[in-house]
Design a protein around this ligand. Structure first.
Ligand SMILES: [Zn+2]
Length: 270
């Protein structure tokens, strides 16, 4: 008989119900190997482990910030396709600048990652958002599969972190009226981007930083993938550069403030 407790039950249940995928595609990219064991990287990749007292506790986010993106120069950095082995280091980099970001997580990667990573994101004020269960192109899916891609990810994130996500991003940016209708049914706004750093294609930190810093407009939503070490390397330069230009780093929900993204509607920038 299978015995499990608390969140582990939920995670195991999901693992049993769904074959674990070993590959996940980056947005717009050809399929990319999820586990990058072959890539030699000097980046430290330790991830936080939950203490025994974390086993059942849900993380408490920090208080909401008093930021008005109508008046302040705001920018929303967004990270797709994780969590991955470099995400913890990214969180440390963001914390040094009091930067909050939005993580469009893939459900299959959530259950493969240490739960501590998800807890840390929430505790440090980042926003969790839905990037489907295993990254298919949604318009080609039959109705039940489309529903399940979003719902299963909602459920696993809720069971591990207590967070009900309100934003989704369709893999490859591929969407249509049917996807929008399903997003609306599940209470999810569709969030695209206004700056594409093409970091999945060009694994070049300087290029990724330059594409962000070239001419960022207040209200921009910037697309990255936190599964690529070259992207993580670019982040300190990006944070410093944008800070010098007077930007505040906000989550997508902070970016829109009282003009809350509406389920089923599509957003590219503020
Ligand atoms: Zn993606």
């Amino acid at each position: 008989m299978l015995r499990c407790m608390g969140f582990r039950c939920a995670a195991i249940g999901v693992l049993l119900a769904v074959p674990v995928v070993s590959t996940v595609c980056a947005c717009g990219a050809a399929p990319t190997v999820r586990k990058m064991k072959s890539i030699a990287s000097p980046l430290p990749v330790a991830t936080p482990q939950p203490s025994p007292s974390d086993a059942l506790a849900m993380p408490v986010p920090p208080p909401e910030r008093d930021i008005n993106c109508m008046k302040s120069k705001c920018i929303a950095l967004t990270f797709d396709d994780g969590p991955g082995k470099y995400t913890n280091l990214l969180l440390t980099m963001l914390a040094k600048h009091q930067a909050r970001a939005t993580f469009f997580v893939v459900g299959a990667n959530v259950v493969e990652s240490p739960r501590g990573l998800l807890l840390r994101m929430v505790r440090e004020g980042h926003e969790l958002a839905n990037h489907t269960w295993d990254h298919p192109s949604l318009p080609s899916l039959p109705p039940l599969a489309l529903r399940s891609q979003l719902r299963r990810t909602q459920e696993v994130v809720m069971s591990l972190s207590g967070v009900r996500m309100t934003l989704m991003r369709p893999p490859y940016g591929a969407t249509d009226a049917r996807v929008a209708a399903e997003a609306r049914r599940q209470g999810l706004a569709e969030v695209m981007w206004s700056i594409d750093t093409m970091d999945w294609r060009d694994r070049d930190s300087s290029l990724v930083a330059r594409r962000t810093l070239r001419n960022p407009k207040p209200g921009a939503i910037v697309l990255y993938h936190d599964i690529h070490p070259t992207t993580i390397y670019a982040i300190p330069r990006i944070l410093q550069g944008l800070e010098r230009q007077g930007f505040t780093f906000v989550t997508v929900s902070e970016l829109y403030g009282e003009r809350k993204p509406q389920p089923g509607a599509r957003y590219f920038k503020r």
